[in-house]
Ligand binder design. Structure first.
Ligand SMILES: [Zn+2]
Length: 376
């Protein structure tokens, strides 16, 4: 066996890097992880989608018979929020089983767990299918790092993906897709005392909002994910109270299921709303992630996770979206599971923490998943 890294100590070290996004600035944190992995025998590449916005890919092993298994996580975090923290968000304070800090659950603990596993197994992986670790920047705002890696075709091969997002070590088979749109209506301004001389963009938008309430998705329902949804999230328009508004804008959040193509969805919304003079533009696009629960590897992961859970896993999806969707595209569509030590309900919270016990379990879990894949 190789060098041992304590996942708790590594989580604390990663928490000390301020990778709040915006602005992100993940470079120093990415290079620290890269140095650890290079020291353990991994070949490491860095990819920056913008200045200081550094993702890394670390590889070891490789065989002609079977592709590597990918473990992935993001190093950026969300901001601290308006409420005051009672713990230092960067110091890795502990209290009993709790390790506090911004990113402790989402998801520096998950990265620490798989990096600890990767370092320990490294000496035995040379002639095995091997590992590819993808550690991304910029996940919290539109999966920018993962999109860059997939679009630039630098990922290579992987036969399965483990996304170490916070799930309390429950293995989830996917998440819905996320597609956000901006819809604009236009009119002609006039003095508010003579509305008949103008053309009211807000009145047009009222019709658009009403129309969207009856929108039918091309796929109505999914056996595990349920229904796709649509929510009008923001609205603005108008210059002042005594003018006819010549512009109004809404933003729309749709959550999609497999079988709904986001490009087509944008076109359907555009043609539905065109008679009302509305223009539609897509803002955010993360595809749905889904692996059939009866897939052999998924069942194997369920078996590995079961001893750490109260009941045997059943097929479920998580409510947030992940880099997994873009990485799956970049890797050519292998199965993916979302499982990691953090607690989903603590992600993005004030006084975010991670269970130290779950972190240790996660490192064990990842070791077993990697060993079974690599035949060790
Ligand atoms: Zn996350």
């Amino acid at each position: 066996m190789g060098t041992r890294i304590d996942p708790r100590a590594l989580t604390r070290e990663l928490l000390a890097f301020n990778t709040i996004n915006p602005p992100g600035q993940e470079r120093a944190c990415a290079h620290r992880l890269g140095a650890i992995l290079e020291g353990a025998g991994y070949s490491v590449e860095y990819h920056e989608f913008a200045d200081t916005r550094t993702s890394l890919i670390a590889r070891i092993g490789g065989s002609a018979d079977k592709p590597a298994i990918c473990f992935t996580g993001h190093i950026d975090t969300v901001p601290l929020g308006a409420a005051r923290w009672t713990r230092d968000p960067f110091a890795g304070e502990t209290d009993g089983d709790r390790l506090f800090g911004r990113g402790s659950s989402d998801m520096k603990s998950g990265i620490a767990a798989f990096v600890a596993m990767a370092v320990e197994l490294a000496p035995r992986l040379a002639r095995s299918p091997g590992l590819v670790l993808v550690i991304t920047a910029g996940e919290e705002i539109g999966c920018e790092g993962a999109k860059y890696l997939a679009d630039h075709q630098v990922l290579g091969q992987a036969g399965a993906i483990v996304v170490a997002e916070p799930t309390g070590n429950f293995p989830y088979v996917g998440h819905k897709g996320l597609a956000w749109f901006e819809v604009e209506t236009y009119g002609v301004t006039a003095h508010g005392s003579m509305p008949e001389l103008g053309d009211n963009a807000i009145v047009k938008m009222a019709g658009v909002v009403e129309e969207l309430q009856h929108f039918r998705f091309p796929v109505d329902s999914h056996p595990v994910m349920g229904h796709p949804t649509l929510n009008v999230g923001t609205i603005r328009g108008g210059l002042n109270t005594n003018s006819v508004p010549d512009e109004a804008c809404i933003t729309v959040d749709t959550r999609t299921v497999p079988g709904i193509d986001h490009g087509h969805l944008c076109q359907s919304l555009a043609s539905l709303l065109a008679p009302r003079g509305a223009k539609v533009r897509q803002l955010v696009d993360t595809p749905a992630l889904y692996t059939e629960p009866d897939h052999e590897w998924v069942q194997d992961v369920f078996t590995v996770c079961a001893p750490y859970l109260d009941a045997p896993p059943e097929p479920r999806i998580i409510t947030f979206s992940t880099d997994g969707a873009d990485l799956k595209r970049g890797f050519g569509g292998p199965p993916a599971i979302i499982v990691g030590p953090g607690e989903a309900r603590l992600a993005h919270q004030t006084d975010e923490w991670c269970s130290i016990e779950r972190l240790a379990q996660s490192a064990d879990l990842f070791t077993t998943i990697a060993r079974r894949w690599c035949g060790l």
